[in-house]
Every structure is written in structure tokens, then in C-alpha cells.
Design a binder for this molecule. Structure first.
Ligand SMILES: Cc1ncc(COP(=O)(O)O)c(C=O)c1O
Length: 305
């Protein structure tokens, strides 16, 4: 079992690393340049691990219990025993946030199957590696709320376990980069004629004033932002359906949004050179965005957890 953290290491780290981010590695807080992982770590050899990205606003963690539940689900799916309890995760993450200077942070954590011989079989006496770092959580650019973003559709050529938040992100990386190379900001993925999600985001469309998002399942990541939007939509009496979206429905949508912890809710106003809706972020987006921002405001002022 890993130590959740060691305060003595933390003290010495703080002194030696004033300009460097403090990271967490296997129970210790270290300056980033002092954190080292073995070349035999299975995360490096096989991409054998899972991760989470958790925003914190004014150092308050966004939907921590939801992120920890998804982490638990991802670990169970790849048969790694969770090395920390929920309480230890919470203490360790909160400590990491306190050790770094920014008010708004994005915590990335990852758990791998640890060190082992270069062999596909799981190692005996598995000892998972736990690494966490934070970076400043940037506000999505204000230009996005004026112009929206452009996206392209691409064939979803990932594996069929996309509900696992796996660190093996090569397919997502290539799809996202293809979108960038074609002048777009995100790729919306199509599998067997249906839109699944973005290369690094979930998908919503508006059709006849009804908000639609594909149902959860093995072909998409159960996004924490997605779930919050579904919750808000129910509270705000949006018409809401969780159902599959065809390519034609996507292209003819009134509005398209892609969502994630870092993008929040990005309105897509151009898809494959086709203007979506009026070509500007739509009225439903505006309403949802206001509700989302007031949720964040509640978190900042500690009125919600
Ligand atoms: C493939 C994919 N889908 C959806 C999401 C959105 O998930 P979340 O809202 O939890 O950030 C992400 C986030 O990185 C992602 O990579």
C-alpha cells in the first residue's frame, strides 16, 4: 500500500522548488524535476493505466466524488486494485492543490500497473504507480462565446472500451491532431453512422429545441461535465433525450456543444465547413452556460460540494 503523503518530504520540497510545480509521486510531494519513474513502469511500456483530470476553482475541487467513482470504475475495468481509499485520495489531492500557487487548477492524476518485466502478463506482487500534478486551469477563451469553434467529423477508430479513462490515448491524440491540422478545434467521432463523442469531449446537440446527447455505454467516456449538464438540463426544464445521434442529425442540428472539464461547454458553430444554426453560439448554449457558471460560482463560494 502506498503512503498517501509524507509531510517531511513536503517541507523539504517546498524549500527547494519555489518556481517549480510541486507534484505527487507514490506518497511523496516533490519538485517536478525531482519526480522520476522507472523505464520499466508499465504505463511507459504498455500504456497500462488510467487517469483523471479534475478542475479546482479557488482550490475547491469540482465534483471530486464523481471523479473518484469514475477512477474506481476505470481501475476495476483494467483489474488494478485502487491503491488509495477515497479519503486518502481526497487528502492527497487537496494537499497537492495547497502546495501549488494557482487558485484555479487542473489536477491530472494517473495510476499505472507499476513496474514489471517487459511482458504482457500482469506482474506478480503488483505495486501501482500513482502520479499527480496540477497546472493552472485556464478560463476558456472569451472569443469562443462570441464566435464558437469549428469541428470536423472523423471515423471513430478507437477500441470498444472508451468508457475506461485509459492513458493509452494514441487514437484520441491522432484524431485530435487531424482536426487541428485541418484548421478545426475538435474532431467529432462517428462510429457505424452515429456520433459518439469528441476526441477529447462529450457531445450534445439541439434539435427542435430538444437537447440530445448519446447514452452512456462502452463507446464513449462518461464525462463528469456531461453528467452535470444533464443534471442542470433536468433542473432547468430543458427537453432532454439521451439517444443516438446520426450524422445527418448532427449536421442539421440547431446547436452543437462539445463538453469537458477543461473546455467546459464549447459551442460548435461550423462543422465540416457547414455553418451550424446562425453561425454564432445559440440561445440554449447561452442559458446552459449561465447555469454552469453559477454552479462554478457556488463551488467557489463553498455553497456546493
Ligand atoms: C474522449 C473524452 N470524452 C469525454 C471527455 C470529457 O470528460 P470530462 O467531462 O470528465 O472532462 C474527455 C475529457 O478528457 C475525453 O477525453
Amino acid at each position: 500500500m502506498k503512503k498517501p503523503f509524507s509531510s517531511s518530504t513536503l517541507e523539504s520540497t517546498k524549500k527547494s522548488s519555489q518556481d517549480e510545480p510541486v507534484v505527487y509521486l507514490n506518497g511523496e510531494y516533490l519538485a517536478l524535476s525531482n519526480a522520476h519513474i522507472s523505464v520499466l513502469d508499465r504505463g511507459f511500456s504498455f500504456g497500462d493505466g488510467v487517469y483523471e483530470v479534475i478542475p479546482a476553482y479557488d482550490k475547491n475541487l469540482f465534483r471530486l466524488q464523481h471523479h473518484l467513482q469514475r477512477l474506481d470504475d476505470s481501475l476495476a475495468a483494467i483489474k488494478i486494485k485502487n491503491p488509495l481509499t477515497a479519503k486518502q485520495w481526497q487528502q492527497s489531492i487537496e494537499q497537492l492543490i495547497q502546495n501549488n500557487p494557482y487558485d484555479d487548477q487542473s489536477v491530472s492524476l494517473q495510476v499505472t500497473r507499476g513496474i514489471g518485466p517487459r511482458d504482457h502478463s500482469f506482474p506478480h506482487n503488483e505495486n501501482p504507480t500513482v502520479f499527480m500534478m496540477t497546472s493552472p486551469q485556464k478560463k476558456p477563451s472569451s472569443e469562443i462565446s462570441i464566435t464558437g469553434i469549428s469541428a470536423i467529423t472523423l471515423n471513430d477508430n478507437r477500441w470498444k472500451n472508451c468508457h475506461i479513462k485509459s492513458i493509452s490515448l494514441l487514437a484520441n491524440v491522432l484524431l485530435h491532431q487531424e482536426a487541428l491540422d485541418k484548421g478545426a478545434k475538435e474532431a467529432i467521432l462517428l462510429r457505424d453512422g452515429y456520433a459518439t463523442e469528441g476526441a477529447a469531449s462529450n457531445l450534445f446537440i439541439l434539435q427542435n429545441d430538444c437537447l440530445i446527447t448519446p447514452p452512456k455505454g462502452p463507446l464513449l467516456l462518461p464525462g463528469i461535465t456531461r453528467d452535470l449538464i444533464v443534471e442542470i438540463a433536468k433542473q432547468q426544464n430543458f427537453y432532454l433525450k439521451e439517444q443516438n445521434i446520426t450524422k445527418a442529425e448532427l449536421l442539421n442540428a440547431q446547436e452543437i456543444w462539445v463538453t469537458s472539464s477543461t473546455k467546459e461547454i464549447a459551442p460548435v458553430t461550423k462543422l465540416n465547413d457547414k455553418i451550424i444554426g446562425s453561425g454564432k453560439p445559440g440561445a440554449h448554449w447561452n442559458k446552459m452556460m449561465q447555469a454552469y457558471q453559477s454552479y462554478k460560482q457556488g463551488l467557489r463560494s463553498n455553497t456546493i460540494g
